[in-house]
Design a protein around this ligand. Structure first.
Ligand code: SF4
Ligand code: SF4
Length: 253
């Protein structure tokens, strides 16, 4: 059956409401002050490290581009994201394109090392990359669905790999949070959680024995938790302890 996606507020925290300002500051302001692009380096390091412990939590709660795309939701056509954009080969192809492009630009910038313009040239590498994501992601947001870019974002793939490593090494066992179904027997199978999910996932498909949603594409934004009419979804650790304030907005059944 065809799913009709619903528009609902995703800017659930003060940070998510304003993080998009950073995107425009770097992607546009960086052309006037290129060193702003250097701010992207700590961002990349932080999201990679965070993913090691919490999966794609960054994407749903801190990402400045994600904040911009969520803010564009009222203007989005909010259509189904085509399956091929979520396929492994497409995600890999975009990653390779980005990696090659970034490496080429970095090598050009490093040719100027030791000169007064070096830091500006290095900053500009990230400014132009940021702007490219703003333009491509905004067009996809408007004409398909607001988080279309996030389905194949190279930073998303880096986080997925980092999260797998964290799980493999046992680092994420105590820190990761997942969507959890507290009372599966109460689920109405209304699929509202799937209709509001920015990544167009199906969080009601939590699997026993833990009744947690294990899809690596989940950005842990908690939008499904505040929209479930039965109030049975929450972000929780493996031991079931609720993890985020917004995920505790559980309504009476
Ligand atoms: S919104 Fe809640 S009740 Fe409806 S399908 Fe999802 S988990 Fe079940
Ligand atoms: S399943 Fe829930 S927490 Fe995960 S991306 Fe979808 S709405 Fe966000």
């Amino acid at each position: 059956m065809k799913t009709t996606y619903l528009k609902t507020n995703r800017l659930l925290t003060p940070l998510r409401k304003i993080a998009w300002i950073f995107t425009l500051l770097v992607g546009i302001g960086g052309f006037f002050y290129p060193k702003l692009g250097l701010l992207v380096i700590p961002v990349m390091l932080t999201l990679t490290l965070m993913a090691f412990f919490k999966g794609r939590y960054w994407c749903g709660n801190f990402c400045p581009h994600g904040s911009l795309f969520d803010a564009l939701l009222p203007l989005s056509k909010n259509q189904k994201i085509p399956g091929f954009l979520k396929s492994k080969w497409f995600i890999s192809a975009v990653f390779v394109f980005f990696a090659v492009n970034l490496t080429r630009k970095m090598l050009n910038a490093f040719a100027a090392i030791g000169t007064p313009s070096f830091w500006d040239q290095l900053g500009l590498v990230f400014v132009t990359t940021y702007l490219m994501v703003i333009v491509a992601g905004t067009l996809l947001s408007l004409f398909i669905s607001s988080r279309t870019w996030c389905s194949f974002c190279p930073m998303g793939l880096i986080q997925t790999i980092s999260a797998k490593l964290g799980k493999l090494l046992g680092a994420a066992a105590k820190t990761d949070v997942k969507i959890s179904l507290s009372h599966p027997e109460v689920c109405r199978r209304c699929e509202k959680c799937a209709k509001v999910c920015p990544m167009q996932l199906k969080p009601y498909l939590c699997l026993p024995p833990t009744n947690q949603f294990t899809d690596a594409a989940c950005i842990k934004c908690a939008v499904c938790t505040v929209n479930c009419p039965a109030g049975i979804l929450q972000l929780a650790k493996e031991n079931g302890i609720p993890a985020a304030k917004e995920s505790q907005n559980v309504k009476a059944v």
